[in-house]
Ligand binder design. Structure first.
Ligand code: ADP
Ligand code: MG
Length: 225
């Protein structure tokens, strides 16, 4: 379970201070699928990055499956993130110099999985994403829909308990967007917790709950029936 209490995030440069999150209280239960919506600049990505241990809050508390992470160093957070959190982004964020296989293998290299297990896990995940036939291709040789399927393969290959998706269908046409949403739904039904930022009410309808942000605050929450 993820437990966020009175969380604030302030970005300060020499000229300006931006309060990106201003008192967020949010609990995400194990196995839940939560959509995060709101206008551009309201703090959605900042919240997702903190939930995923990529960034730390300025104040408030965050308990990540039993660990108080707001007190942790960057290195400790990175350690906890490994194997526990998978990220999917709007712009896919694959590494252009690596093949499909190598991109998906990366999280397993960080986890120091032995080569035999790595090969098995990458192959099983690529098969599931219907991307085995592209294993030796480079990202730029793939369509957007294929790149996002590879990115999802990379996010799930280490079987994380939490997947964070930041506008995962934002660069896809509706057919590929639907494919991605169906994949996320399947992963959720198998027990993976998902938090997803989206602008699409259709995509949000896949979630159990929508959290609406405005100016760094949660303004409304709707539970889907
Ligand atoms: P959203 O994802 O909802 O569009 P963000 O979380 O990206 O919004 O940004 C929230 C606010 O924080 C914006 O005003 C943005 O400019 C600011 N912000 C985000 N990241 C940084 C950063 N690394 N440095 C300074 N300001 C930032
Ligand atoms: Mg954003």
């Amino acid at each position: 379970m993820l437990l966020i209490t009175n969380l604030q995030k302030i970005f300060a440069t020499e000229e300006v201070e931006t309060t990106a999150l201003n008192g967020i209280d949010l609990t995400i239960n194990d196995g839940e699928f939560v959509a995060i919506m709101g206008p551009s600049g309201c703090g959605k990505s900042t919240l997702l990055n903190i939930i995923g241990l990529l960034d730390n809050p300025s104040s408030g508390s965050y308990n990540f499956y039993g660990s108080d992470v707001e007190k942790m160093s960057e290195r400790q957070r990175a350690q906890l993130r490994k194997g526990n959190v998978g990220f999917v982004f709007q712009s896919f964020n694959l590494i252009d110099e690596l093949t499909v296989f190598e991109n998906v293998e990366l999280p397993l290299l960080y986890l120091k999985e032995p080569i035999k297990q790595r090969n098995e896990m990458v192959e099983a995940t690529l098969k599931r994403m219907n991307m085995m036939h592209r294993r030796n291709h480079f990202p730029q040789q793939l369509s957007g829909g294929q790149q996002q399927r590879v990115a999802i393969a990379r996010a799930v290959v280490a079987k994380p308990k939490l997947i964070l998706a930041d506008e995962p269908t934002g660069n896809l046409d509706s057919a590929n967007g639907k494919d991605v949403m169906n994949l996320l739904q399947e992963l959720n039904e198998e027990g993976t917790t998902i938090a997803m930022v989206t602008h699409s009410p259709y995509d949000a309808s896949y979630a159990h709950r929508t959290v609406n942000l405005f100016d760094g605050k949660i303004v409304t929450e709707n539970f889907h029936v």
